[in-house]
Design a protein around this ligand. Structure first.
Ligand SMILES: C[S@@+](CC[C@H](N)C(=O)[O-])C[C@H]1O[C@@H](n2cnc3c(N)ncnc32)[C@H](O)[C@@H]1O
Length: 535
């Protein structure tokens, strides 16, 4: 593709070395901009960062990191000499050859992508304009760099319909929730700039990434090649395939499938820009629904698929009923799968319309924004949609022929970061519960997880609490209201006594029927084991 970066292994190695030497890393940029400008940029307000990186005539040291931020994140024109000094081994010609920048003849006027920093340091006329966004990204073990199309902040205007998105909140949410077990083969469906694939390099022996967009695949190829230039083996064997949803990998099997799919519900019958990165070309929530239906066909036994999604909840129904129907359909038509859906947000149609009408660059109050807002409202009204849910979907193909389990949970508050270890533990716990009887649950000496605390609330002066809350410090941050029996059991659950013995002792002390106590508590114990409050 002529308007996407180019893979050239020799030049990529030089680029990588220069970016690292310039401290153009996540920490380096945060330090260079300071907390206020960094936070403002996070809110898509570039002005503090622009002021913080403004070149000064009196500067005595070179500001490589500042130059790279101005050029690649803020979309400002910089002097060719300044870029040559920021990328000393790659040089300006190398950056042009990689398709990252364009050389221009002389200084230009003020404004995004074209706003000049004044005469270049060398006093020459030549200036450089970024042709893509390039920014540092990382996890605990890696410094990566990710190229994507220039953002709205840099362009100062609307995005093209085939815009290749950089790393956003949805990308990092999925990355946080992904189970990071070592896996043989992994699939990143709808890879975009390849951010999920970068994370997979840490725990997959081989990978396939797909996208419907050729431009996205070009960016992903560039970013993964840049990561691969760190050292041999930094990126496992990788295939990039173009096509719609699972079609390019039909007949293949994976141990892990991750996808931040184009799940945004977008009106189809209006004169709206349909952004490739967020709109899968289908009405309502049918793209996510079809992913649920089909993904089992590419999972090997024991394999896990994780993706984000939106779902419509029509008037008079609950989101759990909607998901119940989706999963029944999936079980009828596809490979039976365990399903764990965590709803993180629920919006009414107007809230949803406001969120997405702004995305892409339309300003609230403008005619374009109002037209889009109205189109969303009409679209939802046509299907009698009352709420739109957002959440994280984890599907698992059982490794044996047992019946699949379902867990449809809500978690609207803060959760652990990263969430992957919680999801991993939750999958194992739910699977264990599905494979074990109530008597076997009672036969275990459970203990309260170390992050569980208890709160007692009561009227001033009252001898006994009227409410006991059991609070999980990590994981999904669950808060459970405990009755007398559960509170008594949790008070003695220290891994010494089996649940059966502890409940029988409680029944004796309270003069209750032991069988009734067990029957009342087993479902509650299962619930707490599933979410890791009892381990
Ligand atoms: C929201 S972006 C996600 C990008 C990246 N994986 C991330 O986590 O940030 C969705 C991606 O799906 C791609 N896409 C859109 N429709 C698709 C389809 N029908 N099949 C496969 N990919 C599609 C888009 O081109 C885009 O790159």
């Amino acid at each position: 593709m002529s308007d996407t970066p180019v893979v050239d292994e020799r030049l990529l190695a030089l680029l990588r070395a220069d970016l690292a030497a310039a401290h153009f890393t996540v920490d380096g940029v945060a330090e260079r901009l300071g907390p206020v400008a960094s936070a403002a940029l996070h809110r898509e307000q570039p002005l503090p960062a622009l002021l913080a990186t403004e070149p000064t005539a009196t500067a005595t040291t070179s500001d490589s990191c500042g130059v790279l931020v101005r050029l690649f994140t803020l979309g400002r024109r910089v002097g060719a000499a300044a870029l040559a000094s920021a990328l000393p081994t790659l040089g300006v010609e190398g950056a042009v050859a990689l398709g990252l920048v364009r050389l221009e003849g002389g200084p230009a006027g003020f404004g995004p992508v074209g706003a000049a920093d004044g005469p270049s340091a060398a006093g020459a006329d030549r200036t450089v304009v970024a042709t893509c966004d390039l920014r540092p990204y990382g996890d605990d073990a890696h410094d990566w760099w990710v190229a994507s199309d220039l953002s709205e902040v840099a362009l100062g205007g609307p995005l093209r319909a085939d815009h290749v998105l950089g790393i956003g909140g949805a990308s990092t949410t999925l990355a946080s929730w992904t189970v990071r077990r070592p896996v043989e083969r992994a699939l990143d469906l709808g890879t975009g700039c390849g951010v999920q694939a970068l994370h997979l390099t840490g725990h997959a022996s081989s990978m396939v990434t797909t996208d419907i967009s050729e431009r996205a695949l070009a960016y992903a190829a560039f970013n993964l090649a840049l990561a691969a230039s760190e050292e041999p083996g930094a990126v496992p064997p990788l295939e990039l395939l173009r096509g719609d949803l699972l079609e390019p990998v039909a007949g293949q099997r994976f141990s892990l499938v991750v996808s931040n799919p184009p799940f945004v519900i977008t009106p189809r019958d209006e004169d709206l820009t349909l952004y490739e990165y967020r709109d899968g070309g289908r009405a309502g929530d049918t793209l996510v629904r079809s992913l649920v239906r089909q993904v089992g066909t590419v999972l090997e036994p024991g394999g896990v698929a994780q993706f984000l999604g939106n779902w419509e909840v029509p008037a008079g129904r609950t989101w759990r009923e909607v998901w119940g129907e989706w999963l029944d359909e999936q079980a009828r038509e596809g490979v039976p799968l365990d399903a764990w859906v965590v709803q993180r947000e629920s919006q009414d149609p107007a809230e949803y319309a406001e969120l997405w009408a702004r995305d892409g660059g339309a300003q609230p109050g403008s005619e374009t924004h109002s037209r889009m807002y109205a189109a969303w409202l009409r679209d939802f009204a046509a299907r009698d949609v009352e709420r739109v849910g957002f959440g994280i979907v984890t599907l698992q193909r059982p490794a044996t022929d047992r019946a699949p389990w379902r867990s449809l949970d809500e978690a609207y508050g803060p959760v652990a970061a990263p969430m992957g270890p919680t999801v991993d533990a939750g999958l194992r716990a739910r699977t264990w519960l599905a494979e074990h009887s109530d008597d076997e649950v009672l036969g275990v000496a459970w203990s309260c997880a170390p992050d569980v605390t208890e709160e007692r609330h009561g009227r001033p002066g009252a001898e006994d609490p009227s409410v006991i809350l059991v609070r999980q410090g990590g994981g999904l941050g669950r808060v459970v209201r405990a009755g007398t029996l559960l509170a008594a059991y949790l008070g003695v659950a220290d891994g010494e006594l089996t649940a059966a013995a502890a409940l029988d002792a409680i029944a004796t002390v309270l003069d209750l029927d032991p069988a009734a106590v067990r029957a009342e508590l087993v479902p509650q114990l299962r619930d707490l084991v599933a979410d890791g409050l009892l381990v």
